[in-house]
Design a protein around this ligand. Sequence first.
Ligand SMILES: *Cc1c(COP(=O)(O)O)cnc(C)c1O
Length: 410
Amino acid sequence: MQATTQLIHSIPVDPLTGAISVPIYQTSTFVQEAPGVNKGYDYARTGNPTRATLENLIAQLEGGHTGVAFGSGLAAIDAVLKLLQSGDEIIAVDDIYGGAFRLFEQVYRKFGINTHYVDTTNLEHVFNAITPKTKLIWIETPTNPTLKITDIEAIAKLAKAHRCLLAVDSTFASPALFKPLSLGADLVIHSGTKYLGGHSDLIAGLVVTKEKELGDRIKFLQNASGAILSPFDSWLLIRGIETLHLRVRQHGASARAIAAFLENHPAVGKVFYPGLPTHPGHDIAARQSKGFGGIVSFTLKEDTEEAAKTFVTSTGLFKLAESLGGIKSLVSHPATMTHKTIPTEKRRRAGVADSLIRLSTGLEDTEDLLEDLRQALDKLDKVETSRPVGRVSTPEVHEAHPVGKVLAAR
Ligand SMILES: *Cc1c(COP(=O)(O)O)cnc(C)c1O
């Protein structure tokens, strides 16, 4: 049976009523016949049937043993970090998601858990960073926002040889593209907020473990710390996941067309999309993935924050917002939005240029999306040519721009 068919029919029809949609069990507690005698549930932080359906669904989808649902992607990441002890070290991908960087640096470092950031596309860099204290390797692939591709299988071998856990934040790919656990990872993490939810209407996080023992530890932490996903959001996320494969296929088709269009546009600098044969990770992505995803990033020929801001305020269908993976296309400027907490030099070194723009391709018609990008790039051209030769934009000009002010205040 194909994955799509299996997914759609893996959610059981409600045995009590025949309801074809999963019931939302909006309850805090469950009545017991005698102390400790219950129907599998006692208190809804510990377990809830709607959430359990979601947790089983994601475990099955990722080919893991245990799925655990959290109130956000960051709560899911937080639970994984709590597997560690003071004195342990983490090796993480250098252009890690900004919120994860903040959690690693501003929360866990003070508890004596230190993270080393390396370019995980280079196995030698990872190997050289491993010490006897390394207990966790943390990768994202493709990365946010430069879409670097890490060879999961190769890193998994390194992790095994050094007895450390490999965690893959697979938010950008989703299980529709590949399953990190089948490539040797121990844990896979998702921000369910993105492709899994798919409609920009919820915040959620998921952890799936390959083995039962690790799953039990994450479940313990879910209950002990309490950052659970609500029954309603669990239901919404199930509903999103049901159409995952269909959506990811269309996101990918549009992203491919957009990447090709941008690569040939004179106002565009560099295009980052793993589906382009010119992308350095193309071969690995083609091997480990069923597709190349819906995110396309690019820089402008005029590599300035001002030019990027002109572009991101000129698109119509692409809405200026953080996040990705929803039905509506989004545009963002990582340097001043998602990656603003990363120090400037560190950010540039990781390839996040001042003019870098990230697109999350939605489910609109591909031609309409291309037209929107075309007209926004044209506007950029006009701003540039109308500018007197030799003049650079001043901070006053930038601050006078209404959107510039909004961005500056974030
Ligand atoms: C959004 C995101 C997160 C955080 O998820 P939230 O649901 O916003 O807490 C983590 N990792 C990646 C790659 C993300 O894109």
